[in-house]
Design a protein. Structure first.
Lengths: 377, 377, 377, 377
């Protein structure tokens, strides 16, 4: 089996962090490799970074796509790890050129862009996977599967959250790069906390349950002085089946790292999951709690998930493996299109879910500006 | 030291449960005893129940109060454990007669009643303690004390919740007594879930932080068919300092027992506490988590709390002991009024907090009826 | 129903702690009360302490027993809460006089005394309950019941432990009373750590499984300089069915409070319980974990245990309630002897188990002195 | 920076599992790659497997080493992932040829072999890393570092354990491959449970504390009928400083996955760590617990460990990353030998620790055969 060849767009800067994360996730299965990159916004920076990574460099993404089109470069898909405002252009260029895309979240900077991109993906049928990393966690996939097959009945209520503390102080004033771009509207869009981590909670609430949101009422705060964008994000939403979703995210919860998770209450049982203990799924259906753990040998995993697991029980697969699973899903799409034998890809989020996330954030921002008035998605 | 003599009003019925709980909490320290009671609504039932309990019976609370006034019965305080709609009359009668009252929550059935009662308590200065049992947990008391002295800085956000699952199905249709009265507006008032358990979350959010709520936006649900009152209760509130409170309660979370707790985020740190693991307080102020445990020997407890603790570390004090602490607070009020030496009582909730809770529920019900419009308290 | 009348022997001193604990456990159900006491070793101290407790005082236990024999004092049972070396004489006196005894552990100071006492109990059939408090925890009772009925098959291995840290430094040099008598051979016998807490682990291993120990190999340490008795206690034992028991206890585990618990491995499943989270029992029988919680409403409790529970799920019953359950068991023995209707008492430890515990400690001390040679019980 | 080139010896069979695990660990950092392999014992199988992996195949390890010696193959180090009995020969061959080795544990089948190999490593100074994967967990490394610098004072006692349940039934009778070779003395040596997982507990007890074991008293069991080798392994050991170690391992603990961990008690504090929650280290030094979590941004990590971390707090690095860290250590040894700039390698276990582990198991087996008599290492 030949390794898939992957191009990186962005992710190569000095303070950049997610480029390397994708590199690891690409490599982890030994079936994919990063071979080329347009790793930075400047042509020179891009070439230098590629040299450092030991891959084929290009001055910009377009020339890399062209090289592929011309047959000068072999590629199977591209990873987009640029800052948020620079997702749209390369993603659209790849899709239009027919090159599959695994794109960092949020899908674009604006809803308008997201609509255009989602339409292009839909029209072209070129594989597009959105890097909502947590959806690659097998126990989150299991939760989705259990709900789909009716294990906990009709969904009544969902709580999904994401608590962080790293922006509890004015970090951007000290020039911390991650803080600086996230709190800058020109780079991050209309929402900081909501866009950055509220969307994870949104995906947990909607992708896991399979239910969209009809409308939202929101209260956004900017607790740290001097911020124009939210660092705290609270939404009550109405699910399409009439249920209620409580979606909260904050960056001012001192001491909380990436405390993200969900509790889902159905008419026959409840599910609870937390990202920082991603190896467990808590299931409540009667008088006692059931806890399920990750493990390739466990028979309770349906085939659709078991094929993603790498080790027997007792050794956790965590962050890199979860992201690796999204790359796996991309790999399966590609191999199946080629006629290779390979297990079916899981329904991980794509352009449609990315667009919904953008609409969600926009509606929440609007609702908050109108003091919590309901806004339809 | 002579034992305090306690009268019970209500709490003696067949399916009654909380009468016995108070009996245990009265007895647990060996310094108080239940001596008399008007335990049921019917005269005969009342006398029979008292005989069963081995205490002096009275046909109704008024005749018991009269006996005390006449010097025929020695009493130090009364416990009110009647159904919600029957708190007001006996509580007011006791206060007017000068008999201290430890009253079950909610303080009354309506805000109007609560106002009258709170005024009477304020005017008379007769001790009145509201049985918000969880406020008797030493780690919840410690959280209040830490916030008061500034340990976590200015409060920015509070999350307080109470998740139960026992009303996830139509239990009242089967005649289950606890379910029947709670879902019946004539006995339980304008809100089931909000009044019964949402108020616990409200107290956690306000009493622990020392901050009142200015206004609320609410979404109440009745998920189980046939219910006129809420079995799910969700509120976004604005704290008096401009902070945000997320207060949620539900009775349809299958498999959740009494999952009540809070997370409080300040400008210098965070606190987290859960009722079902009441012996722990999680404190986050820097790069690692600190967990504090209950224990009479621990020096980090201020005197105001240490005097309530009964055993050294490693043996938990739980539900009965927490309620016992509220009886302790009542005992201290009484002994100090008498000039006996005794540690100062902790500031546990009283009539004022009871009134605020009623106003909170009323405002939430109104907001929900108006599709989440903000309602001031 | 008339309250049972209880006499206290010992437990009334200044620094004493367990007397008050028993007082609470006697009172907690409202069906028993402490009425008399010989609370200290000196006659005057005894009378003074009784006055302080508000009960009938006696200068010594013998005169109190005599008063009961003569009909001058109504009593149903006695609680023995004297220091370890002073259990034997009053316990034997009570039993010989026909007065039921609830005795603190260890049952006596020496194996010889324990044999005499156990024989007297056996011969007289006077109820005798040993205060191994943790055996009163409903989830520990449930573990015993599950094993008895075969839920986890044949027992292969048991691990039982008790980790404390309070004697990690030379506390007795500072005159701390609890440390002083425990490390003094004249008051505590041949073993400090083993006798004080190792016996709890022994009871967990044997009472819960229903299996005795045939022989032991031990390594005892005195880590803190100047100690003649062990502050660390490690035993490998052979169960009567050939299985293995690992029984460890330590007082030098800094930061550990009362970390006591067990893991039991059978041919069909495993059970795990920890005293500091006494409300849970972890059951492992297949691919997922099952966690059971305390709660009067849970149907998985057999009647033999359900009758001991005081509150529905979600509110824990802990230390005082567990000890209260041993008093309950005593109460049931007494009421049944009298012909009153009352649920059957649970098989809590008595004189036989107390004797076995003494034999266990003696054998461990001997084995350790012989560098771990096997010693039969 | 050029990628290191890695050869795999063994690990390519059908039911093989650890070959793939090493492949992932090699790849995960993007700085190393597997380029060649002698993946199976048969020449043809070896070539086929290499083709499948997409790497250069060799019929046997010797021809691969020869190719490297001759300059026909570029290699930086070899990974040995053969069955236990086949570690020694290729490891020795590599070391003698001057090729660095990362070898699966146990280092060899016998103590004699281990001595020869350790001597060869010592003499040649060729880098040799033993794949005790858990020692790659950053929190386990932090525990070692804290003890080294005296954070918890003098070590008094260590408990280290490894509980599994997968061999609780007669799996080998059904032909399960992993069970079959582990319970077969010809392939696994003198001990199954002790050699396979008891050694992990041994390393935890000795490598983390920096203290060797002087002597052991052991009780080994074969609970499942028909087994000649132990499936349960219990050791009391004396540390070189006179402290006590309790080292236990079992494969019959139904429902336990890889429940491995340690508790270390020093004169100033305690440390506790569990492999299945590898992201946390529990530190006890006073009246409250401190919990430290993994995270590249945390300043409490000394440089010696921080350089191994891949992501900021809140995203766990687990099994593959831990093994990856051992490959990192190997990489650093190699790059430093070459004069490249690179952080210092951590003192991960090597041949010396591997030999000590073999001696430990041998002594335990002998002690158990002599009914627990002390055996010196």
């Amino acid at each position: 089996m030949q390794k898939l060849k992957v191009a990186m767009i962005g992710g190569g800067g000095e303070g950049a962090f997610f480029g390397k994360v994708h590199l690891r996730a690409v490599c982890i299965d030994g079936t994919r490799e990063v071979v080329a990159g347009a790793l930075r916004s400047s042509a020179q920076g891009s070439m230098d970074a590629a040299a450092q990574w030991g891959i084929q460099g290009y001055p910009d993404y377009q020339s890399m796509i062209d090289a592929w089109k011309n047959g000068d470069l072999q590629l199977d898909y591209a990873v987009i790890a640029t800052p948020n405002h620079a997702h749209f252009a390369p993603a659209l260029a790849c899709i239009k050129a027919g090159l599959p895309v695994l794109c960092e979240k949020p899908i674009t900077l604006t809803v308008d862009e997201a609509e255009i991109l989602a339409e292009a993906v839909q029209a072209s049928q070129v594989p597009f996977v959105l890097a909502h990393t947590y959806t690659g966690h097998p126990m989150m996939m299991l939760a989705k599967e259990m709900i789909r097959r009716g294990d906990i009945g009709e969904i009544r209520k969902v709580e999904a959250w994401y608590n962080q503390g790293w922006l509890a102080t004015d970090l951007e004033a000290d020039g911390q790069q991650q803080a600086a771009w996230r709190t800058d509207p020109s780079k991050t869009g209309i929402s900081n906390c909501g866009g950055d981590i509220g969307t994870h909670a949104f995906i947990a609430a909607t992708w896991v349950t399979g239910l969209g949101l009809k409308r939202v009422s929101a209260r956004l705060n900017a607790f740290v002085e001097g911020r124009s964008l939210d660092d705290d994000f609270n939404v009550i939403g109405e699910l399409e089946n009439g249920g209620t979703a409580i979606i909260t995210a904050t960056q001012i919860a001192i001491g909380y790292r990436n405390d993200s998770g969900f509790r889902i209450y159905g008419s026959k049982g409840s599910l609870e999951w937390q990202q920082e203990e991603s190896e467990k799924l808590l299931v409540k259906r009667g008088e006692h709690d059931e806890t399920y753990f990750i493990g390739a040998n466990f028979t309770f995993f349906p085939d659709s998930i078991a094929s993603y697991l790498r080790v027997p029980a007792g050794h956790n697969e965590d962050f890199f493996e979860a992201l690796g699973n999204l790359h796996c899903t991309m790999e399966r799409h590609i191999r199946i299109r080629r006629g290779e034998t390979c297990p079916a890809p899981f329904e991980h989020p794509g352009a449609k879910e990315g667009l919904a996330g953008m609409q969600f954030v926009k509606a929440a921002v609007e609702s908050s500006a109108r003091d919590g008035a309901w806004v339809s998605l």
